[in-house]
Design a protein around this ligand. Structure first.
Ligand code: KIV
Length: 273
């Protein structure tokens, strides 16, 4: 079994991500929500750690990302930051903290940066949230955009199916991607859209485009940690590659522990004082 070591130990910054795109070096991004996993992921050489609002699903057991609060996101981001040395840490702005009122959006972003020490925020949407993004950028807070399937709008879409298959929606997505680059976002996530469309956006933009279910023609990939490690077995979309089966490993390990306790095998003579 090989252990990943990264030669370049320098801290990843937003400008280094843009340089990576220029060099044609792919960007690896993964979610994390706590200190211990963030430390493992960072030590393995991850470029970007996303404190995703998917915490609402995988950490809190909610059906959607909507219920998670700003306080809860700050709690997760604070824990991740403590475990991270090299990766850039980006924190999702949760639903209801930036749509509609740009002053509130700025106040939410400032709380994330001040209280968690995250290094950037991610926001879902294009022209509709332009004012909020611009105000946050003016305060010197880096913003990562997120277009395509935007889970915070699940009640508008009604489904988690592939987005922007129709020409009109694809055109709006391309226009929004250009807008986000023009106003100063440092990167963009494209979720669950046709690979050809994602490749076109990545080739037209100078900022890195990170895909999830958007094919291989983009500048990097992001997955939800619980999905790719097989902790969350109930979610298996076509785009997901599972790199481990942790749910089986955990189930077997915990089962052995229960057996050992019940049979008085644990603790043995060398495991006591
Ligand atoms: O919240 C999240 O985990 C995300 C990724 C799916 C990109 O936004």
């Amino acid at each position: 079994m090989s252990t990943n070591t990264v030669d370049d130990k320098r801290k990843v910054t937003t400008s280094r991500l843009i340089e990576m795109k220029q060099r044609g070096e792919k960007i690896a991004m993964l979610t994390a929500y706590d200190y211990s996993m963030a430390k493992l992921i960072d030590e393995a050489g991850m470029d970007v750690i996303l404190v995703g609002d998917s915490a609402s699903n995988v950490m809190a057991g909610n059906i959607t990302t909507l219920p998670i609060t700003l306080d809860q996101m700050i709690y997760h981001a604070k824990s991740v930051i403590k475990g991270t040395k090299r990766a850039l840490v980006v924190c999702d702005m949760p639903f209801g903290t930036y749509q509609g009122n740009s002053k509130e959006a700025l106040a939410s972003a400032i709380r994330i940066m001040k209280e968690s020490h995250a290094e950037a925020v991610k926001m879902e949407g294009g022209s509709e949230i332009r004012e909020s993004i611009e105000r946050i950028l003016c305060a010197g807070i880096p913003v990562m955009g997120h277009l395509g399937l935007t889970p915070q709008s699940i009640n508008k879409f009604g489904t988690y199916a592939v987005r922007a298959k129709e020409e009109r929606e694809a055109e709006k997505l391309i226009a929004d991607a250009h807008l986000l680059e023009e106003i100063g976002c440092f990167a963009l996530v494209l979720e669950k859209i046709p690979a050809k469309l994602a490749e076109r956006v990545a080739s037209e933009l100078t900022i890195p485009v990170i895909g999830i279910g958007a094919g291989g023609g983009v500048d990097g990939q992001v997955l939800v940690m619980h999905d790719m490690l097989g902790i969350n077995q109930g979610f298996s979309p076509k785009f997901l590659r599972r790199y481990a089966d942790l749910s089986t490993i955990i189930n077997q390990a915990v089962g052995r522990y229960i057996d050992d306790v019940k049979t008085s095998d644990f603790p043995n003579a060398s495991e006591q004082y």
